[in-house]
Structures are given as structure tokens and as C-alpha cells.
Write a protein that binds this ligand. Structure first.
Ligand code: MN
Ligand code: MN
Ligand code: MN
Length: 299
């Protein structure tokens, strides 16, 4: 299928996808409403400075930043796509489903996010308790996380660094946030089922996209099963071109997209400036044979 209005045409590997207006596109970004560092408006301004003309804000389990991001997008002439990245469960795996073009105020989506906020608070409190038992100042460490629209372990990791308990965010995760292995805390969090997340995005008028398929601990058979079920549940797309995704992983995602009739989504999963490998609007070209998700977003 031909991309609509020339969207995504032209770029080569390592170069941003562009619309026919010449603007770059980024459909996966975070602000400080979840685990990003920039305010939604700051994110938009940076995106504009990087030549991004179509921007989705996809904070974890919240749409709280959408209003501010949209207002600044309007001011700067950027096309805004309201979004979120919902945490959910599929068998024993924690998955992320990006919802694009949602109504950020749709009551059931807002209620769903409020439920996830409760789970996130409880998770942070569990970890803080453990840190406290290890002699660390749990309340001070947990304060920034608990003040966020969407409390994340990244907040704790940054605070562990800021208070001198770890030399880097990565070390903070290794030392304090992964007891019993990387999935430990995730396994403790009863995220809603995948089908619930997909339906929730659908009801809010959005397109559900399976985020970063290469980051799950799934075999190729497991990924095929997931992609097939996700499509059957009403899933629309899968991330095929994401900053930092290797060529092999992108190839596997593209194969899943073709096999199950999923559109290819594109973005950076941007969290903070200062990561040159994850610059807003910069990622590999979407393969020709893949229907771009933009076709489902009216772009
Ligand atoms: Mn994140
Ligand atoms: Mn994610
Ligand atoms: Mn993300």
C-alpha cells in the first residue's frame, strides 16, 4: 500500500521519516508526566527545533501532559497526536501498548489511567519500603515519583543518583530496583490484561500499537502468537522503526506487521535530551512494504 500523501517517503536508514511538508514525525515520546525529564511544552519546543512537524506524546499510563503539549503544538504549528503508552499483561509478560490519536479526556481511558496510577503508587511504595529496610531514606527517595502524574521506577533511579546512592541511573536499577531479576517488580504488579488495554484505546478513539516488540523476553514463536492475538483483539499497529532498534529487530517487526496486517509505527521513545542515539524525530526508514500507521491517523 502506498503511504498517504507521500508520508514517510524518502528517508534512508538513520534519517528521519518526513511528511510531504518536509516535517519529521515522532509517534513515541515521554514528558515528565511519566519518566521523561522535560515538561510537555518543553518537549514540543525541542521537537520543533529538531524539525518535527507531527508529534505524539505517549506518557506511560497517563494523558495528563496532552493538554499542555497540544497548546504549544498549536502555537508552533505542529500537528499534535494525543497518546499514551499503557502497561498491560500478556501471560507472564508485561507489555506496553501505545495508543495514538486518543481522546485524552475520554472517561473510561481516564478511569483506566487512574487505576494504573494506583498500581504504580503501590509499586513505588513497595520498592521504597524495601529501600527503607536497607537503611535508605525511603520517603525522600519516593517523593518525586509519588508526585508525578505517573510514578515510575525511573523517578526512583534518578533520585537514588541525585542523593548519591548510585553513580548512574543504570547502576541504580542494577543495585536497587531489580531484586530477583529484571522482571521482579513487574511480576508483582497486576497490570490489566492486554485485551483490556487494547479495548480501552479503541474506545477512546485511538489506534493501538504494540510498542518495541524487540524488548520483550519472547521467542519468535511467542512474538508471532502475541502479534496474532493483538491483531485479533483489535490492535492496529506495531513499532517497526524505533530509534535504537537494530536492523535485525526491525526486520522481525516488519515481518510480523506484514504477516498479521499490522501497520508500522515510527518514533524514538524519547525520554530526555542528551542521548544522541535517541534524538527526537530520528530513526530508520519504514520498509516500503509496510503500511505506515499514519494511514490510520488521518495524516
Ligand atoms: Mn519510559
Ligand atoms: Mn515502553
Ligand atoms: Mn515509551
Amino acid at each position: 500500500m502506498t503511504p498517504p500523501s507521500g508520508c514517510l517517503a524518502g528517508p534512508t536508514v538513520g534519517v528521519a521519516a518526513r511528511c510531504d511538508t518536509g516535517a519529521r514525525i515522532d509517534l513515541h515520546t515521554h514528558s515528565h508526566c511519566s519518566d521523561g525529564t522535560l515538561a510537555p511544552g518543553e518537549l514540543v519546543r525541542l521537537a520543533a527545533a529538531r524539525g518535527v512537524g507531527v508529534l505524539a506524546l505517549t506518557d506511560h499510563d497517563t494523558t495528563a501532559g496532552c493538554e499542555q503539549a497540544h497548546a504549544v503544538c498549536r502555537e508552533l504549528g505542529i500537528r499534535f497526536i494525543a497518546g499514551t503508552e499503557l502497561s498491560c499483561r500478556w501471560h507472564e509478560h508485561t507489555l506496553h501498548i501505545v495508543g495514538l490519536n486518543v481522546d485524552p479526556r475520554q472517561p473510561q481511558l481516564v478511569a483506566h489511567c487512574r487505576q494504573l496510577l494506583g498500581l504504580r503508587r503501590a509499586r513505588i511504595e513497595r520498592i521504597a519500603q524495601r529501600l527503607g529496610a536497607a537503611g535508605l531514606p525511603s520517603a525522600r527517595l519516593a517523593a518525586p515519583a509519588l508526585a508525578a502524574s505517573s510514578p515510575t521506577r525511573m523517578h526512583l533511579a534518578r533520585e537514588l543518583c541525585a542523593q548519591g546512592f548510585a553513580p548512574s541511573v543504570q547502576q541504580a536499577f542494577e543495585r536497587y530496583l531489580r531484586r530477583g531479576g529484571p522482571q521482579h517488580e513487574e511480576a508483582d504488579t497486576p497490570w490489566p490484561e492486554l485485551s483490556v488495554a487494547v479495548k480501552c484505546i479503541e474506545r477512546a478513539g485511538g489506534a493501538a500499537v504494540l510498542a518495541h516488540p524487540h524488548r520483550y523476553a519472547l521467542t519468535s514463536g511467542g512474538l508471532r502468537e502475541l502479534a496474532g492475538q493483538f491483531r485479533a483483539m483489535g490492535g492496529t499497529g506495531i513499532e517497526v522503526s524505533l530509534a535504537g532498534m537494530g536492523a535485525a529487530a526491525a526486520g522481525r517487526a516488519a515481518t510480523l506487521a506484514r504477516r498479521f496486517g499490522l501497520a508500522g509505527s515510527i518514533g524514538t521513545d524519547f525520554h530526555e535530551p542528551g542521548s544522541p542515539w535517541r534524538a527526537l524525530g530520528r530513526f530508520a526508514k519504514l520498509p516500503e512494504a509496510i503500511t505506515p500507521i499514519t494511514a490510520h491517523l488521518g495524516l
